[in-house]
Design a binder for this molecule. Sequence first.
Ligand SMILES: [Fe+2]
Length: 374
Amino acid sequence: MSFSGIFATIKTVESPQIYVTFQWLLVAYLSIYLPKLFYYLGYQITHSAIRVKSKFSSDGKIKKMNDGRYPTISRKKFLSQVGIFMASAPFISLMFGVMKGRFAFSKRYTKLSFPNLPEAFDGLKIVQISDLHLGSLNANYKEMEEAVRLINDEHPDLVCFTGDLVNNFYEETIGWEKVFSKLQARMGKFSILGNHDYGDYSKWPSQQDKTDNLNNIKGAHMRLGFNLLNNQSQVLESNGDKIVITGVENWGHPPFPQYGDLKKASKGVEDIPFKLLLSHDPDHWDAEVKKDYDYDLTLAGHTHGMQFGIEFKNFQWSPAKYKFRRWAGLYNEGNQYLYVNRGLGYLGMPARVGMPPEITIIELTRGPLGTEPM
Ligand SMILES: [Fe+2]
């Protein structure tokens, strides 16, 4: 089947195994064609550069740079070697991303301070994870146990999982309770649904089958130890102080479904002084949250940082930036913050290159509004 044929199939998958088959076919396809493409580009670009240089040299030939100490090399051989060098970079990156990158968990720390954070919650430590896509992880339990260990080492007060537990099917969750039930958080573990958790990427024999799948996925959140917030709020109380954690169902631009009902979810908690929101799709923040609501901090996921990019100090680049306005890290407008987690699992490509799986640690303090590195 052609690449586009495979891609069309994944939109209407009939079993969890299709995702696993697809992802390894994609690796095979890219390991053959990506080096070929880069070899061609390297060869052609260098060939053109030599032609331009020849045109401007005094005698119409390439200036001889070799002073005789090194063996001479033909133009064709030189171009081939440039091509091979160019082709090896994406191949090595891809192989590294498959073998190491997809499980090279990265902790990212942020400290945020809010004047309205009640005293009893000063120092609250939140760990956020997102986009597990259990079906893609297949049976890599041991690797994910390491992620759970890294989270528990932080001794979080809250663990927030911002959706996409599965690719499409509840069967993907079977066996994972033994891993995620080990997550520990003093004040609770909360979760929401993502666009992949509704079974919308498959044709179902009947509506009842689809509903059963969704109900089983909701049950799996509980089985794995999460308190699923489905357009609901949960007030947390400590020493008489209160904050609220609200979770909405997926709210996304078409073709992603819009099940999220923030109005319903926020009902009755308007007067709580500090509000935390979980919403899978970061576009929701611009479209509704920051305009019409006063959530101090919103946690989102969904973008995966496209599992590929370059991040160095203040420089950030990923193809995700051309698709999503807010695609990774911390954003601020007025007195509201949004954090977009880059995802812990993967989808489509079983690799992460320059965009490691993320465990976000956010510490909240009481003080003038602002952020500082931890
Ligand atoms: Fe996702």
